[in-house]
Design a protein around this ligand. Structure first.
Ligand SMILES: Cc1ncc(COP(=O)(O)O)c(C=O)c1O
Length: 444
């Protein structure tokens, strides 16, 4: 059957099976802008979003009573599985003893030490979202180096950080399509190069005006684009040679293991940022500094009453609730043993997809980083964000998401990503394999 015909069939099925979600989506147009709590929620396939009823572990149910295996897991914020017991226990206990005070608690020390043990960086600060952790890290990098610009890789995503929503157009830096309200033209703040292109990186850093490179250690937001052998060495050498700080954003690549890609592959960033799953989805994020950068910062930053007007902070950041929950989540949920299981499940998922692609002779491929797996509807693995973007197939993406949704499986929206949690089971993975096989058979 053609993709269009399949899509029509799946759309009909979706609308028929989700009357309550449809009703709520209509009602929501009253109180909510565009009928959704956040603008990107209108982009779910099916014409309206599925309204959630409740979630537990690797599953959730919707308001129409359907149960789903959740491979989206809040796009990594629920990589712990939904509402894991230790996280909920800490939440309950701490909430009864204070939520936010503007004072530190002992949990902040524990979490700082644990992050050092996992990622190697010497000192830490806390924020509520990965976006904010990136914003604060970028500002501190500019302050330290006295340089105005940052460098990012084409088709990166680091949250709604103004400087990062940039792309290359005929070698010029411009705002990404869909960027909302950029404060200044992006070429004033940002240099952009392709991932896995060390020559371009060296050329751009040679300008001497870049405070920091902000990079995921593998692109994960335009499909997964892994670093080629030697690229991380080139990145570290080029940043060191030019006095540019290297910020590694581990928000998604924590999927590589308990210490993220940084520990798994021995990276040596100057700063590191992370958010999303560290408190099981309760808003919490952290940014860390190497000993050398921490020392330079402590010498530079005002320690008097001017310290709180510098644009780094947030009244409810580092609140005692977030830190208590982070402590419980890191010590009891996102443990080394949990990652062993999750990565084995990722391998099983990858095998299932690869076998189906081969069996049906489709020109597609599958990539994995730890417990994160992604398939792309093209035969060649992309080397750069641009290649990955050009290889996207919006129609097929829509179809596969809807096909999966109609059979009780939620994939991460906007690409074909699946994430394993400590609560995910082999049966969950095999359920996806069966559904993916069926879709591949119908499409072949
Ligand atoms: C690598 C990376 N960094 C930062 C963020 C921002 O996270 P948040 O939206 O939780 O602030 C994202 C979100 O997808 C991300 O993928």
């Amino acid at each position: 059957m053609s993709v269009e015909a399949l899509l029509e069939r799946e759309l009909e099925h979706f609308e028929r099976e989700h009357p309550r979600s449809r009703e709520l989506a209509e009602e929501a147009k009253g109180p909510l802008l565009s009928g959704v709590p956040m603008p990107w929620m209108i982009r779910w396939p099916g014409g309206f979003p599925v309204f959630a009823a409740e979630a537990q572990g690797a599953r959730f149910t919707d308001v129409d009573g359907h149960e789903y295996v959740d491979f989206c897991l809040g796009d990594t914020a629920a990589m712990t599985g939904h509402s894991p017991e230790p996280t909920v226990r800490a939440l309950r206990e701490q909430a009864a003893k204070g939520i936010t005070l503007m004072l530190p608690s002992e949990d902040a020390l524990w979490v700082g030490r644990e992050l050092t043990r996992r990622f190697g960086l010497a000192r830490w600060q806390f924020a509520l979202t990965a976006t904010d952790a990136n914003r604060f890290a970028v500002r501190l990098a500019r302050e330290l180096t006295g340089r105005p610009k940052i460098l990012v890789f084409n088709w990166c995503y680091h949250g709604s950080v103004d400087e990062t929503v940039a792309t290359l157009q005929d070698a010029a830096v411009v705002a990404r399509d869909g960027n909302v309200g950029p404060p200044v033209p992006l070429d004033e703040t940002t240099r952009v190069v392709e991932w896995n292109d060390p020559e371009a990186l060296e050329r751009e850093l040679a300008n001497g005006d870049v405070a920091c490179v902000l990079a995921e250690p593998a692109l994960t937001n335009i499909g997964i684009v892994l670093a080629e052998p030697g690229f991380h060495d080139a990145l570290r050498a080029a940043t060191r040679d030019t006095g540019t700080l290297l910020i590694i954003d581990e928000t998604h690549t924590i999927c590589a293991g308990a210490g993220g890609y940084t520990a798994a592959y021995g990276l040596e960033p100057d700063l590191l940022t992370i958010g999303k799953p560290i408190a099981g989805g309760i808003p919490a994020a952290a940014y860390g500094f190497s000993a050398e950068v921490a020392e330079r910062l402590e010498a530079l930053l005002p320690a008097d009453e001017r310290a709180d007007i510098g644009g780094i902070g947030g009244t409810v950041a580092a609140n005692v609730l977030s830190l208590a929950v982070t402590r419980a989540t890191l010590s009891e949920v996102l443990t080394e043993q949990a990652f062993e299981r999750m990565i084995a499940l990722g391998e099983r998922f990858e095998r299932g997809v690869a076998e189906a692609i081969e069996r049906h002779g489709l020109p597609w491929h599958v990539t994995r980083l730890g417990c994160r797996v992604e398939y792309l509807f093209r035969a060649e693995r992309p080397r750069t964000g641009s290649e990955a973007a050009a290889g996207g197939n919006a129609l097929l993406d829509r179809l596969i998401h809807l096909y999966a949704l109609n059979r009780g499986i939620l994939l991460t929206p906007f690409h074909n990503m699946a994430l394993m949690s400590p609560a995910t089971t082999e049966e969950d993975v095999d359920r996806h394999t069966v559904v993916f096989n069926e879709a591949a058979r119908e499409l072949a």
